[in-house]
Design a protein. Structure first.
Length: 421
């Protein structure tokens, strides 16, 4: 089985951004982009700019802002001048907000067929976007879909087609609404479009996006809406989005949490790194779950290491934080830098070389210092990432390894050896 990234479902391409922000491509062979949305008021310019810049610094490729009122679109010119990432205006109910946002120079519009359905209004937005070369996302959310009387028969027909699915009726409504809306865009010969069809139900999201990918060649914006707080929303989101992405479906993603949106960006990126759909930026942290062999406060250490690495390491250095020398060396295989803890101490390896045996209190600072020095050496070309891995020579009697605390204390871990890959 190939370990490469999933083969992508082929789609059209849309582009958003300008010289100042850079242009983000969605669809085709472009890397899967990460979106998020500000949580604060758009009309509060300073706070909105601060939030957008913070999200961009966390790795967001695109940031969406809500524009429910005229004062929100009025703020866009100032916001756009102070940010360096493409901005999407999220429009519901009032098509005038879309026209105002386009006039302000926004980079993309999101329309919801569930609440802006008047053909003349949609045409006005399409024409404005066409004039400025701005794409539109058609976002069909399960929660905002309202059945229309004259389309009932068609929905019932589609409902029968999808009746084998648990969510056949909802899928039918979402796809019917999407088809109706796309007819308006087709009639205007406007194809600068991407599509989303979100729900809070992960299984419905998987089913409906599979069907949309089968029917349309527009790029797809994936999301599980109202996923809840990060603690549970992460599972709900990654189950649905990860399944689709592993099947090659999806061109841009937004994870939605009732939490700080920075988490949305961090988790979306980690999901894409895991699937090989984005090139990792920053360190990759491996850590053991701990067990009855542990003799340091590894959970605290891991969180501190994670924060330090996020702040200070830009290269994809693989760092392992392991609780002991019993299984640690094997599980840390492939790490550039590793610490094996035990008996209130830590032994630090840098690409195979044992460089330090320090007390528990010193582990964090020394590990970070080694990571920074290693990053400099990689940048200068002196060493390469992943050049050496940690190996363990079996079989020192497992009983001895099992009580390896004494060896750690003595700085004697000869059973841990290093080999080139
Ligand atoms: S590395 Fe050691 S402490 Fe961590 S889970 Fe494995 S055996 Fe337990």
């Amino acid at each position: 089985m190939s370990s490469g990234p999933p083969a992508r479902h082929r789609t059209r391409v849309i582009r958003l951004g300008d010289e100042r922000t850079g242009v983000v491509t969605i669809g085709g062979d472009a890397p899967v982009s990460v979106q998020t949305m500000t949580a604060g008021y758009t009309h509060d310019v300073d706070a909105c700019v601060t939030e957008i810049n913070r999200l961009a610094a966390a790795g967001a490729d695109i940031v969406r802002v809500a524009v429910p009122e005229r004062k929100d679109t009025a703020a866009l010119v100032e916001i756009l001048a102070q940010t360096q990432v493409p901005i999407v205006a999220d429009v519901h109910f009032h098509y005038q907000r879309a026209l105002e946002a386009v006039a302000a120079g926004v980079h993309k519009i999101r329309l919801n067929p569930g609440n802006i359905a008047d053909r003349d209004q949609v045409n006005a937005v399409i024409d404005a976007c066409k004039d400025r070369g701005i794409p539109i996302r058609i976002g069909v959310n399960e929660g905002s879909i309202v059945e229309r009387k004259d389309k009932q028969r068609r929905k019932e027909e589609l409902g029968k087609i999808f009746s084998e699915h648990q969510h056949g009726h909802l899928m039918a409504i979402m796809i019917a609404r999407l088809e109706e809306y796309l007819e308006i865009f087709d009639a205007r010969d406007f194809h600068d479009v991407c599509i989303s069809a979100k729900s809070m139900d992960a299984r419905l999201v998987i089913a409906v996006y599979r069907e949309i990918a089968r029917r349309f060649d527009y790029p797809l914006h994936l999301g599980v809406t109202h996923a809840g707080p990060k603690e549970t929303g992460a599972i709900r989101s990654v189950v649905a989005l990860g399944t689709l992405l592993a099947e090659g479906i999806g061109d841009t993603v937004r994870i939605s949490y009732a939490s700080d949106p920075v988490y949305e960006v961090e988790d979306a990126l980690e999901m894409l790194y895991c699937l090989g759909l984005r090139t990792r930026v920053g360190a990759e942290l491996i850590a053991c779950p701990t067990c009855g062999r542990i003799q340091v406060d590894l959970f605290t250490l891991v969180q501190e290491v994670r924060r330090k690495l996020a702040d200070e390491i830009e290269l994809p250095i693989k760092v392992a934080v392991m609780g002991c020398v019993v299984n640690g060396p094997g599980e840390a295989e492939g790490a550039d830098i590793a610490v094996f803890a035990g008996d209130r101490r830590g032994i630090i390896y840098v690409q195979g070389e044992r460089v330090a045996n320090v007390s528990e209190e010193e582990i964090l600072d020394r590990l970070l210092a080694e990571c920074l020095a290693f990053q400099s050496r990689v940048r200068s070309g002196e060493v390469a990432l992943g050049q050496k891995t940690v190996e363990i020579i079996p079989p020192d009697p497992i009983g001895t390894l099992g009580s390896g605390v004494d060896k750690i204390a003595a700085g004697d871990v000869e059973q841990v050896t290093i080999g080139r890959t």
